[in-house]
Design a protein around this ligand. Structure first.
Ligand SMILES: NC(=O)c1ccc[n+]([C@@H]2O[C@H](COP(=O)([O-])OP(=O)(O)OC[C@H]3O[C@@H](n4cnc5c(N)ncnc54)[C@H](O)[C@@H]3O)[C@@H](O)[C@H]2O)c1
Length: 405
C-alpha cells in the first residue's frame, strides 16, 4: 500500500482525497527538522509539507522510497528541487489556489483607501465624530494601474472593471489584455496615468528594489500605492516620505523584506503609525477557502502522479499531461537523465520484451527527461530490470491504473 506522510496541519480534505485513492495517510501538526524527517520518511512514498519543513538533499538521499512531494502552499524554496528531480522525486505546489484571496484583499483595500475608511474608523473608535467628504472618492471612474499582469493581476483587472474602474497594466512579458484593460508600454507610462498603483510582479531576483524614489516620484500627486507581492521589491523608507509629505495619500502593504518568523513576534517597520496606511501580516492569500483549495489541488496532483504518472504543473520534472490509460494497458513511466539516446534505448528494451507500444510521450526539461509508454501487454520482469539498470535511469514505475468505472 502506498504511504503518505502529511505534515504541518494540511487541510483535512487533502488527506481525505489521498485516502479515497487508497493511500495510507499519516498526519502530523508540526514541521520536522532534518533528522526527524529522515527517520519519518522510511517507507514513505509521498510527503506533504507547507513552508516550514525543509526537504534538503541530505534528507532526499536518505529517503529512497520517496516518489513525490507536495508543497501545500505557493512557494517551493523549502525543497531542493534539483536534488529531488535527480532522485526521481516529483514536486508539486499550488500556484493559483490563493490568487482570488489576494485579489479580494487588494480590492477591499483600494476601496477603503480611496474612501479614507481607515481614518474614519480610527477617529470614531477614539470617540470623534468626523463626518466629512473631503478626500473621500468613489473608485468608479478612477484609473487602476496593475504592475505584473499574471494570475493575480489579470483577475484583479476583471473585477476592478466590474466596479467601474479604468484598468491599465504593465508587464514585461507579452500579455493578453482582458476586457477593456489597456496595456502600457512602460512602467513610467502607467505611473503617469494611474490613480492607484498596485504591484503583482513575481519575486525574481532582478525585481529587487524595482520600486524606489524614481517610481514614487513619477506617481501622480494624490495617488494610492499597494504592494501585496513581495517586500524586497519596494523602498518602504521612501514610501514613508511620500506619505508624510502628502504626495501619496494612501497605501496598503501586506509583504515586507523581513517578516517576523512566529506568531506574536514583534513587528518593526517605517510604515507603522502613518495616516491612511493599511498594514497586514502577509495574509493576502490566507483564507480558509484558499487553504481548502490548496489541500485539494496538491493532493489531486499527488494522486494523479501516483496513479497515472501525470506531472502537469510539476515544479521540477518535465510536465506531461496524461489521461488514464485504456483498460488493460500497462504503463511504464521512466524518469531519466536528459542525455542523447535514452528514448531509443528504452524502445529497444521494450521491443526485446515483446511489448507492443500503444502510445508514448516524452518531455525533457533541463537535466531530466520523462518518457511514458503505454503497452498492450505487460513487460516481462527481465526487461523491466533492464530499464532500471540503464545508466541514465533515475526511476522506473510500472503502473496498472484501474479502469475508471
Ligand atoms: N500576499 C500574499 O499572501 C501573496 C499570495 C500569493 C502570491 N503573492 C505574490 O503575488 C505576486 C504575483 O503572483 P502571481 O501568481 O500573479 O504571479 P505570476 O507569476 O502569475 O505573475 C507575475 C507577473 O509579473 C510579471 N513581471 C515580472 N517582473 C515584472 C516587472 N519587473 N515588471 C512588470 N511585470 C513583471 C510577469 O511577467 C508575470 O506576468 C508574486 O510575487 C507572489 O509571490 C502574494
Amino acid at each position: 500500500m502506498v504511504k503518505a506522510l502529511l505534515l504541518e496541519n494540511i487541510h483535512p480534505l487533502g488527506r481525505e482525497l489521498l485516502m479515497h485513492a487508497g493511500v495510507e495517510v499519516v498526519t502530523a501538526k508540526g514541521a520536522l527538522d532534518e533528522d526527524e524527517l529522515i527517520e519519518a520518511l522510511q517507507g514513505v512514498d509521498v510527503l506533504g509539507i507547507r513552508s516550514k519543513t525543509n526537504l534538503t538533499a541530505r534528507v532526499l538521499e536518505s529517503a529512497p522510497d520517496l516518489l513525490a512531494v507536495g508543497a501545500f502552499c505557493i512557494g517551493t524554496n523549502q525543497i531542493d528541487l534539483r536534488a529531488a528531480a535527480g532522485r526521481g522525486v516529483a514536486a508539486f505546489n499550488a500556484p493559483f489556489s490563493n490568487t482570488r484571496s489576494v485579489v479580494e484583499l487588494a480590492l477591499a483595500e483600494i476601496i477603503a483607501l480611496t474612501r479614507r475608511l481607515t481614518e474614519k474608523d480610527k477617529a470614531l473608535h477614539a470617540g470623534t465624530w468626523d463626518k466629512s467628504a473631503t478626500g473621500a472618492h468613489e473608485v468608479r471612474g478612477r484609473t487602476l494601474g496593475i504592475v505584473g499582469y499574471g494570475n493575480i493581476g489579470t483577475q484583479l483587472s476583471v473585477l476592478a472593471e466590474a466596479l467601474g474602474m479604468r484598468v491599465v497594466f504593465y508587464d514585461t512579458a507579452e500579455k493578453l489584455a482582458l476586457g477593456n484593460a489597456q496595456r502600457m508600454r512602460s512602467l513610467d507610462e502607467l505611473l503617469d496615468v494611474a490613480d492607484v498603483v498596485t504591484l503583482h510582479v513575481d519575486g525574481r531576483p532582478g525585481n529587487a528594489g524595482m520600486f524606489g524614489p524614481a517610481q514614487f516620484a513619477r506617481m501622480k500627486e494624490g495617488s494610492i500605492f499597494l504592494n501585496l507581492s513581495r517586500g524586497f521589491l519596494v523602498d518602504y523608507a521612501h514610501l514613508r516620505d511620500q506619505i508624510v509629505s502628502g504626495r501619496i495619500v494612501g497605501a496598503a502593504v501586506d509583504v515586507f523584506a523581513e517578516e517576523p518568523k512566529s506568531q506574536g513576534d514583534a513587528f518593526e517597520s517605517e510604515l507603522r503609525d502613518l495616516p491612511n496606511v493599511i498594514l497586514t501580516p502577509h495574509v493576502g492569500g490566507s483564507t480558509e477557502e484558499a487553504q481548502k483549495d490548496i489541500g485539494m489541488f496538491v493532493a489531486g496532483k499527488l494522486r494523479d502522479y501516483l496513479e497515472t504518472g501525470a506531472t502537469a504543473l510539476s515544479v521540477n520534472v518535465p510536465a506531461l499531461i496524461l489521461d488514464r490509460p485504456r483498460d488493460g494497458s500497462h504503463r511504464i513511466a521512466h524518469l531519466h537523465r536528459n542525455v542523447p539516446g535514452v528514448l531509443a534505448a528504452v524502445n529497444r528494451t521494450l521491443a526485446a520484451g515483446g511489448a507492443n507500444i500503444e502510445s508514448q510521450v516524452l518531455s525533457t526539461s533541463g537535466d531530466v527527461g520523462y518518457v511514458v509508454t503505454d503497452l498492450s501487454t505487460d513487460l516481462p520482469a527481465s526487461e523491466l530490470a533492464e530499464l532500471l539498470e540503464m545508466e541514465p535511469t533515475i526511476r522506473v514505475r510500472a503502473l496498472h491504473p484501474d479502469s475508471e468505472d
